[in-house]
Design a protein around this ligand. Sequence first.
Ligand SMILES: NC(=O)C1=CN([C@@H]2O[C@H](COP(=O)(O)OP(=O)(O)OC[C@H]3O[C@@H](n4cnc5c(N)ncnc54)[C@H](OP(=O)(O)O)[C@@H]3O)[C@@H](O)[C@H]2O)C=CC1
Ligand SMILES: N[C@@H](CC(=O)OP(=O)(O)O)C(=O)O
Length: 379
Amino acid sequence: MTFTHKPKVAIVGYRGMVGSVLVNRMLEEDDFALIDATFFSTSTHGTPAPKVGKYDLGLIGDANSVAELSAYDVIITCQGGDYTNAMHPQLRAAGWQGYWVDAASALRMKENVSLILDPINKDQLKAAIAAGQKDFAGANCTVSLMLIGLGGLFTKGLVESAIVSSYQAASGAGAANMRELVEQFGAVYNHVAPELADKSKTMLDVAASVQDLLANNLPSPYFGAPLAASLIPWIDAAHDHGFTKEEWKGHAETNKLLGLTDHSIKVDSTCVRVGVLRSHSQSITLKLKENLSIAQIEELIATHNKWAYLVPNEKEATLQRLTPTAVSGTLNIAVGRVRKLSLGDTYVSIFTVGDQLLWGAAEPLRRMLRLLCNAPLDY
Ligand SMILES: NC(=O)C1=CN([C@@H]2O[C@H](COP(=O)(O)OP(=O)(O)OC[C@H]3O[C@@H](n4cnc5c(N)ncnc54)[C@H](OP(=O)(O)O)[C@@H]3O)[C@@H](O)[C@H]2O)C=CC1
Ligand SMILES: N[C@@H](CC(=O)OP(=O)(O)O)C(=O)O
């Protein structure tokens, strides 16, 4: 048992997108019964917290106050990397000994930080807790979704390398970006509505009009380029060797999560922002170490955990179940289009879709809290 009392838990960033999804999930699973929770904010502190089910959480705390936060056993933050970089060092310097559970990437690669994805690495996490480790971070959304979806292959040492092409939703970039995409959808439609109504116009006329709007007059301050009716093959900052940071995380975090200090699984990614509101998709080419049959591969995937579910490689099933529309708002990780490639018997192509706000961000955090409380978890 990590705590001998009901732990005091500060939830920082409760009103952001990840924070809201986290609070909803904690309510669904009655996690609040385990803890004495307080919401923290950098801007709404001092006001009454919104009611969470039957729980009255009192006043919202000041997320910039080291003194206030120091009174907590656990700080869960969904506030972002800048906040982590500002507050975590101050709290530790002030002697705070509590658990820091973070959605952001800021601390992920530090030596004394474990990445959280317990269906994949619960033994690693339990060992870290037993060893007195205090800092934990959720992994990158695409990495978490890939590993839950394909855990049956990755955790059994069957993967030699992976080439990933991601199709990442606007919500991965934050609420303001998501709003920008919806506004762009509206602007595109409004721009061409008269032409659509004019039966003398062809679809090429309509497309030319959309192109004119996109190229010259579609506001995109958050993404920096139109996303509606387009895509952006760049996510996060530049990294070394022509990779973006998002692409680099694929290799670094996959290996760290699997406890592979020699980084023996090569993961190469191309990460693309697409005009989807919620849920990330990935097309993954695996080089396996063994020549497994499709039936064996599907069995390994389907039996590893209760969230990865197989979609038969058929058109109707794919349209109904292997899309962001099908999985958004659920914990399901859809895995389909499983097929061997003409490159060779050990090359497998797989398509997977999962909600990046759930398994990609909020869900691992609440499960880490349950691990810290030694509370039951489903697998
Ligand atoms: N979005 C995603 O898919 C993923 C996000 N993450 C991580 O989680 C962090 C938070 O992401 P996300 O939740 O998307 O960020 P948001 O922009 O939705 O929220 C972050 C903070 O913005 C502040 N805020 C300002 N205006 C508003 C408003 N109108 N409504 C709600 N909050 C507002 C809140 O802080 P305050 O109350 O202090 O003002 C809130 O906690 C990211 O930085 C990233 O590190 C990780 C994996 C996936
Ligand atoms: N970068 C992801 C979301 C995210 O916040 O990832 P990370 O936690 O690794 O910064 C996206 O834009 O879709």
